[in-house]
Design a protein around this ligand. Structure first.
Ligand SMILES: Cc1cc2nc3c(=O)[nH]c(=O)nc-3n(C[C@H](O)[C@H](O)[C@H](O)COP(=O)(O)OP(=O)(O)OC[C@H]3O[C@@H](n4cnc5c(N)ncnc54)[C@H](O)[C@@H]3O)c2cc1C
Length: 504
């Protein structure tokens, strides 16, 4: 059974790893080794990390990329969004200035509104685009210096051991391979009744062309991408309406975390429309009109469609090579990234396993280790750490509370408000918490959630605990700096203390 596709969140991680552990039935078990010619199609994290691993293992490596090295991760998704969010984060921190005793210098600004800070979106986006391009150039230089042959163009399988490349500079080239890795990623899903025009109705890849802050941004979709952009644009100074078809934002994420973020969004003046399914978005004279399934309408100056992704797997020659896909078009893989065709591997968003850059890179590395006969540790979704870059951030690792409930595992949980942490008080941080899950008998840490500014950094001790099967007592007995936000992690572990600690 293939791994199922998930949205961009951690919700698919269950206490018992979903669906796949076994290779597809007709997959031969012997490795392809030694493999001297590796062709990687797609230069995102799934592809370029694998190319480097294969090269270091002595393979002759060709990487085919049609858009730019680093892939969507570097050019349109992770790097641009997190760079934009870095500016938004600064604005959020600046909001705490009065509480910390800082007052506005009173310098008049051209709008006459005297806000302490204003965002120049043209400059923000210019920085975003340049930073992404620089990272792409770095990756290109690294690959070339390691001896990877980079081919600009569109690649497709012509049978399992041959890739045909329609070169960007014209002409076609055929490359024979012992091993092929498909890492073609995904693109934004669009709705026929809300087709993006790149000006007013936008996908997230088109946001960086904006030179002025949208006056009123309607964000359709309250998953991770929708929530991150809604939060960021609110902090940058836009009015934001978040249209969510579900009961609450971030469906599938930890319920306490999602509830907290929704409350924070509302407190900051965002209009959150729950149980509101958008049916269409059309241009008006000076903006957009979004119509909901129940007939209500929402007006805005711009609309961001954040309604998921589709895997880039059509036109890849999968059928000719016998590579099986799921109903959603994702490539079926097992835990060592094998597809149903011998010698053909797949990694990243085109597999739909867990759409994170870190998971894509890991799948790619595992694929090459397996194909080239190196030691292989199959992918373990139980130890994946993920972060949602809202303000505050939501970081999760290991089993979620939902998955523990569903699996029937006996567990203990404890939660501590961030507002009780002395360092958080000093920094004027009010919203957030730390939550841990530990096995009821052994005390082994099964998972955790951190909701805090920079939660993505704070979650690492919990990741270590989950990965190394430490007990809550192990965490509780470790020193933390006083005062520190991480002190809350040790403190919440102390509340989970019990005497029946069993074997590790
Ligand atoms: C807005 C947004 C923010 C995100 N933020 C984060 C984050 O903070 N952290 C995180 O871990 N993940 C994040 N993600 C998810 C992350 O972007 C993806 O999981 C990651 O990009 C997957 O990497 P990949 O290598 O599979 O594919 P991609 O990065 O999509 O790269 C695939 C590459 O393959 C190329 N390609 C496709 N078909 C062909 C072909 N036939 N021939 C040649 N080349 C081809 C494409 O041009 C593309 O460059 C975010 C996603 C979005 C949408």
């Amino acid at each position: 059974m293939p791994w199922v596709a998930h949205g961009r969140h951690n919700a698919g991680v269950t206490a018992t790893t979903p669906g796949i552990a076994e290779p597809p039935p007709e997959q031969p078990t012997e490795d392809v080794r030694p493999a001297s010619r590796v062709v990687v199609v797609g230069g995102g994290p799934g592809g370029y990390e694998a190319a480097l691993v294969a090269r270091r293992a002595g393979a002759e490596v060709t990487l085919v990329e049609q858009q730019g090295l680093g892939g969507a991760a570097v050019l349109t998704d992770v790097v641009p969004s997190k760079t934009l969010i870095a500016t938004a984060e600064w604005m959020t921190i600046a909001e705490r200035a009065p509480e910390l005793g800082i007052r506005d210098g009173g310098v008049p600004d051209p709008t006459g509104t005297h806000p302490a800070h204003l965002v120049d979106l043209a400059r923000v986006n210019a920085r975003v685009v340049e930073l992404a391009a620089a990272q792409s150039r770095d990756i290109c230089a690294r690959l070339e210096s390691e001896g990877v042959r980079v081919l600009d163009g569109h690649g497709r399988l012509d049978g399992p051991q041959r890739v045909v490349v329609d070169r960007t500079d014209g002409g076609t080239e055929t490359v024979d391979a012992d091993v092929v890795l498909l890492a073609t990623g995904a693109t934004p899903r669009t709705l026929p009744e809300a087709m993006p025009d790149g000006e007013r109705i936008l996908t997230w890849t088109q946001l960086y062309d904006l030179t002025e802050l949208p006056e009123r941004l309607v964000v359709v979709g309250s998953g991770v991408t929708g929530a991150e952009f809604a939060g960021a644009y609110k902090a940058l100074g836009a009015q934001v309406v978040l249209v969510s078809s579900r009961d609450r934002v971030l469906p599938g994420e930890d319920a306490d975390a999602a509830e907290l973020i929704e409350d924070v969004f509302r407190q900051r003046g965002m209009e959150v429309m729950s149980r509101s399914r958008a049916q269409s978005a059309v241009r008006t004279d000076d903006g957009v009109l979004v119509t909901l399934a129940d007939g209500r309408t929402v007006e805005g100056s711009h609309c961001l469609m954040a309604v998921g992704s589709v895997p880039s797997t059509s036109g890849l020659g999968l059928e000719t090579a016998g590579v099986r896909t799921t109903r959603t078009g994702h490539i079926e893989v097992d835990r060592v990234s094998r597809t149903s065709t011998r010698g053909v591997y797949a990694a990243g968003d085109c597999t739909g396993v867990l759409p994170l850059a870190s998971v894509a890179a890991m799948q790619g590395r595992i694929a090459m280790a397996h194909a080239l006969g190196d030691a292989v540790v199959p992918l373990d979704l139980q130890v994946v750490a993920a972060n949602i870059f809202t303000a505050p951030e939501i970081a999760t690792v290991g089993a979620s509370q939902n998955s523990l409930e569903e699996s029937g595992v006996r567990y203990r949980t404890s939660m501590l408000e961030l507002a009780r942490n002395p360092r958080a008080k000093m920094l004027g941080m009010h919203d957030g918490f730390v939550k841990l899950f530990a096995h009821a008998t052994t005390g082994i840490v099964l998972g955790g959630v951190v909701v805090a500014p920079r939660a993505g950094e704070l979650v690492f001790p919990i990741t270590l605990a989950v990965a190394q099967r430490l007990t809550a007592d192990d965490v509780a007995q470790s020193f933390t700096v006083y005062p520190s936000l991480s002190g809350s992690i040790a403190e919440v572990a102390r509340t989970l203390h019990h005497t029946e600690v069993g074997s590790r």
